[in-house]
Design a protein around this ligand. Structure first.
Ligand SMILES: Nc1ncnc2c1ncn2[C@@H]1O[C@H](COP(=O)(O)OP(=O)(O)OP(=O)(O)O)[C@@H](O)[C@H]1O
Length: 610
């Protein structure tokens, strides 16, 4: 009996550890050490110069060099000295994947290090530097770095107070920023934690009891914990550093009302606001556009802002002072190495083109849809076609979202099929192609979605599937991003497309038969169960059920036939295998100059599929 209990306990513990190992993933960076003096391998200090030259101290430069970051990126070079030396607030705009996280992360960590040096340790001399041994395994995994095992009964000295807050629009982005900052604080006593929705609030409260210096979170969960009186976050008004990533998105009207509440709360006391350093960053911070004509005059006026007006709104809302604006965005609005193309097609043809791209180019690809229902439908179709994608949308369990993201990162030809929840900030290595199954409704959406590829000086391709009803959105994006030329039409092998079309049609049939089967099964299952529970037999019910059984059998037969047909087709090659979609675009015809307003009329007639 005793043994049984122990085995059950072990099993429960194992389950718990496995859950935490991916929900609160331990950053992939090497384990934290408490001091740079503990370094084991000889280190060439001259490698630190590009960083120390821009005021980044050795403790912070060293992990960067160890990660292979030889020198700062442009945005980092322009922001970091002003923030560290000049203690300036920063409004930073730079292309996607250009290293904005460290541009605000490093000054924030530096500032906290200085505060910790200045502030007197607790009376018992505990400076929070003997840590991890006291923690349970899964708590270490929570990303609260080097935390001392303090209880709430301990007085909260400045060594263990909340200094910095980073607010981001999505949970995945918050976790990613935690990982970046975690890597950078390796040789410092700075502690970091992440607080996001969709995960156990109790565990996050426990995490906050460890008193991290930096809390990274999404507005909803942060505000929930602040409102319910969390003791560590009660200090939020006194934070000395605030970073709002993807700020333009975060302050959009009707989005993230909790962020506005949070800002009102922390801006209530003028004297505290004056002591705070603020960082406001986004790739589209300085992007402005003409509001669409269909909007009412007042709404149009509100949307038709100049860059100066847009930034001033941000400055006022966040409560910035002595700020520096650093805008190093490209004229095109997108990353320098990004190739752009489009496929003009009809609504019905989109599935064919999507499957064509995913079959011919077996590369890590992110497909964006505008709605959750589109993600669900395509996930089901692509699975039926034998190219199952990894879905990611807001209605999924957080645990599954993170699991799919992890799987995608490790699959060379993986497909992440996502809504805009994955559009901003996610830094997934080696994404080769971004496909917009539906044209994004805003230019910002296009820039950020496309920015999941061609990051950190790497190459990448973005392809828009444009149906006639979406031309107005496409035009608006081109005009806002000051395109003088129409995007290149992605070259299509028509024979391969015809092969794809046959398969997709079968795939659709299989998908719809499978759905009918599922529906029938659940209905019959319900009748069976109800009859069994009531212990009765009703003739009509029985007759219906028998008819259902016949129907089920016939659907199953049809389904199997279609599956066999698809299997046979799938054994044949679709077309010439091509190494990379980006290389295909290089064989493009000369690009067509944009002619407004008949921009799309002749040149971009949808391609007919035979
Ligand atoms: N100095 C550097 N040298 C090399 N790589 C760097 C450097 N700084 C950051 N990186 C890497 O570049 C990638 C992109 O950085 P980051 O996610 O901060 O970009 P971003 O500008 O915030 O992008 P987005 O606008 O999409 O949010 C990351 O993998 C990061 O580790």
């Amino acid at each position: 009996m005793h043994l049984c209990v122990n085995v059950a306990e072990c099993f429960r513990a194992l389950n718990k550890i496995m859950f935490f190992s991916f929900v609160f993933r331990k950053p992939k960076i090497s384990p934290q050490v408490s001091s740079i003096d503990e370094k084991t391998e000889p280190f060439d200090n001259s490698a630190l110069l590009p960083w120390t030259n821009i005021c980044v101290p050795e403790e912070l430069s060293r992990p960067l060099v160890e990660m292979g970051f030889e020198s700062p990126t442009e945005i980092q070079r322009l922001c970091i000295p002003a923030a560290i030396k000049g203690r300036r607030d920063i409004l930073g705009a730079a292309e996607t994947g250009s290293g904005k996280t460290l541009a605000f992360g490093l000054p924030m960590i530096y500032g906290i290090m200085k505060n910790l040096e200045k502030d007197v340790p607790n009376s018992d001399g505990d400076d929070g530097s003997e840590f991890e041994s006291d923690l349970e395994d899964n708590e270490k995994d929570l990303g609260c770095v080097k935390v001392s095992n303090l209880g709430l009964d301990r007085p909260q000295g400045d060594q263990n107070r909340l200094y910095g807050l980073v607010v981001t629009p999505t949970r995945e982005l918050a976790i990613q920023i935690r990982d970046h900052i975690y890597a950078a604080v390796k040789y410092t006593p700075v502690k970091v934690a992440v607080i996001v929705g969709g995960m156990s609030i109790d565990k996050q409260q426990r995490l906050l009891r460890k008193r991290p210096h930096i809390v990274i979170g999404t507005p909803g969960r942060l505000w929930e914990l602040i409102s319910t009186g969390d003791q560590h976050l009660a200090n939020v008004r006194q934070i000395k550093f605030l970073a709002i990533d993807e700020t333009d998105r975060m302050i959009e009207r009707d989005h993230y009302p909790e962020l506005r509440s949070l800002l009102e709360c922390i801006n209530a006391d003028e004297s505290l606001v004056a002591q705070r350093q603020n960082f406001v960053f986004s790739a589209t911070l300085t992007l402005t556009h003409d509001a669409p004509k269909y909007l009412k005059k007042r709404r149009r006026k509100m949307k038709n802002l100049t860059v100066e007006q847009k930034l001033q709104n941000l400055i006022d809302l966040v409560g910035m002072k002595n700020y520096k604006i650093v805008d190093v965005t490209q004229k095109s609005g997108v990353a320098q190495k990004l190739k752009e193309a489009k496929i003009s097609c009809t609504f019905e043809e989109k599935d064919f083109y999507l499957f064509y791209l995913l079959s011919l180019y077996r590369e890590r690809t992110l497909v964006f849809c505008n709605s959750i229902s589109a993600v669900r439908r395509l996930a089901s179709l692509l699975t039926a076609l034998g190219r199952p994608p990894l879905p990611l949308h807001a209605n999924m369990q957080q645990r599954q979202r993170l699991k799919n993201l992890d799987k995608f990162k490790t699959s060379d030809d993986g497909i992440l099929l996502a809504t805009d929840v994955a559009a901003r900030g996610l830094d997934i290595p080696a994404v080769k192609n971004v496909i917009h199954y539906q044209v994004p409704r805003t230019s910002e959406g296009y820039v950020h979605r496309s920015g999941r590829t061609a990051r950190a000086e790497k190459d990448g391709l973005t392809i828009l599937l444009v149906e006639p009803a979406e031309l107005k959105f496409y035009t608006r994006i081109c005009l806002t991003l000051k395109r003088e030329k129409d995007l290149t039409e992605f070259p299509i092998d028509m024979q391969a497309l015809a092969n794809v079309k046959e398969r997709v049609k079968l795939g659709r049939e299989i998908d719809s038969l499978a759905l009918r089967l599922k529906k029938q099964r659940s209905e019959t299952g319900w009748l069976d169960k109800a009859a069994e529970e009531m212990d009765i037999i009703i003739d009509d019910e029985l007759r219906d059920r028998e008819m259902d059984q016949d129907q089920i059998a016939s659907i199953r037969r049809a389904l199997n036939t279609k599956k066999r047909q698809l299997e046979k087709l799938s054994a044949k090659s679709i077309g010439r295998p091509t190494a990379s979609a980006a290389a295909t675009v290089e064989t493009k015809k000369p690009i067509v100059k944009i002619a407004k307003p008949k921009f799309f009329k002749k040149k971009n007639q949808p391609t007919k599929v035979k």
